[in-house]
Design a protein around this ligand. Structure first.
Ligand code: LMR
Length: 402
């Protein structure tokens, strides 16, 4: 055979998060634990099928709707209900129709639509992400054509924020820069800004005329649905242009259904109509239109009062279980290693903890205990349960000794 046009193609590296799951799946050790990917598991180590979703799906099966194409921007009822979850039903911006919300393929789909849109609107702009950020942010923005820079965020010495450095960096950004911010449950560190710090960031965004893009993949996993939307809502009140991506992968345990949204806050209903027309072009050229099943289930849960209440209760249970696991991990590690202060893990928010484990520790955990974490030291606390927590805390205590 003559040399192929594809002969030069190199093997790409494994994905830093989903690649860990691939290696974990191949591990035959019955004690293996996957603290890599951001997925919530219940105390039995299973991805839950929420009761609210199950009931919605049973109702959907009874009505068995045909599956025509959805509109490019998704189901109108979904978009309306989701907009209210994100921005609040009583928001002035919602009431005056100056927010566009479209159904996307998960939160990553929302980020991709937002990144492509921003690139079309501001081809010369550069993008900024936090240091560190979700492993996929940089690649996603680069694939959309941006030069990607990082602003200071996490302070490893204090397990807190480099807030002043973050603000000074923003003060140097060129007007029109795209600034990606984690609305809550910062991924990977679990360290969030306070309300007062958000206000300072908002002032800086306004002063420098930056384009904020808020990634809210974990709404409901820190303090509650409304509390976790604080940053998004504060930006919406203060800035005439805000991009938001959001997801139900975690909050409704619908990972495989790919149900998310992309929203644009604009200055007026007339501007929103123009933005929607551009967003639709971006969606049409990416994947044409979103899929039906997950979006229908979410809409049913959000718009049926009993299902909505049930979902919020189930979300609260998930959030509280994670917090219990955080405290338990800290106590158990302390019982092995009184000299090692792991207390910061209990104060971090959301599914993740930037554990402080080094790449070397992570390698030892994987090779000697079949415990999988990200090379950065990020662990998914939502994968701990009453069966594996002793094993994990003992293993961590052992690897940090050496
Ligand atoms: C994560 O950070 O692990 C999750 O957001 C899952 C993913 O797609 O990376």
């Amino acid at each position: 055979m003559t040399s192929s046009l594809l002969a030069h193609v190199e093997m790409a590296p494994k994905d830093p998060i989903l690649g860990v799951t691939e290696t974990y799946n191949a591990d035959t050790n019955p004690k293996k634990v996957n603290l890599g990917v951001g997925v919530y598991y219940d105390d039995n180590g299973k991805v839950p099928l929420l009761q609210a979703i199950r009931t919605a799906e049973l109702q959907m099966a009874e009505t068995a709707l045909p599956r025509n194409y959805l509109p490019i921007d998704g189901m109108p009822a979904y978009n309306k209900a989701v907009k209210e979850v994100i921005f609040g039903a009583d928001s002035e911006a919602v009431k005056s129709n100056r927010i566009v919300t479209v159904q996307t393929l998960g939160g990553t789909g929302g980020l991709k639509i937002g990144a492509d849109l921003a690139k079309r609107l501001y081809p010369e702009s550069q993008a900024w992400i936090s240091d560190p950020s979700w492993e996929n942010h940089r690649a996603l923005l680069e694939f959309a054509g941006f030069k990607v820079n990082a602003y200071p965020y996490y302070d490893a010495a204090t397990h807190g924020l480099k807030f002043n450095d973050m603000l000074s960096c923003m003060d140097q950004m060129a007007p029109g820069s795209l600034v990606l911010l984690h609305a809550c449950c910062h991924n990977p560190t679990g360290v969030d800004l306070s309300a007062a710090q958000w206000q300072e960031v908002i002032e800086m965004v306004k002063k420098k005329n930056l384009l904020p893009f808020l990634d809210m993949a974990y709404q409901g996993f820190s303090e509650g649905l409304n509390e976790d939307a604080h940053a998004v809502r504060a930006f919406t009140k203060a800035c005439p242009a805000v991009l938001v991506s959001s997801s139900f992968s975690k909050s409704m345990s619908l990972y495989g259904e790919r149900v998310g949204a992309f929203s644009v806050v604009t200055a007026s209903a007339e501007e929103a109509a123009r933005l929607l027309s551009q967003v639709k072009r971006v969606i049409r050229t990416n994947y044409s239109n979103p899929s039906t099943h997950g979006g229908m289930a979410v809409t049913k849960v959000l718009t049926t009062p009993e299902l909505r209440t049930q979902w919020e209760q189930e979300l609260t249970q998930m959030r509280e279980r994670i917090k219990t696991m955080r405290r338990s991990l800290v106590e158990k590690i302390r019982s092995h290693r009184a000299d090692f202060d792991f207390n910061y893990v209990a104060n971090q928010r959301g599914m993740f903890s930037y554990s402080g484990l080094t790449k070397e520790h992570v390698t030892k955990l994987r090779e000697e205990f079949s415990i999988y974490a990200l090379d950065s030291g990020r662990i998914c606390v939502a994968a701990l349960n009453s069966t594996n927590i002793d094993y994990v805390s003992e293993a961590i205590a052992k690897v940090i000794v050496r």
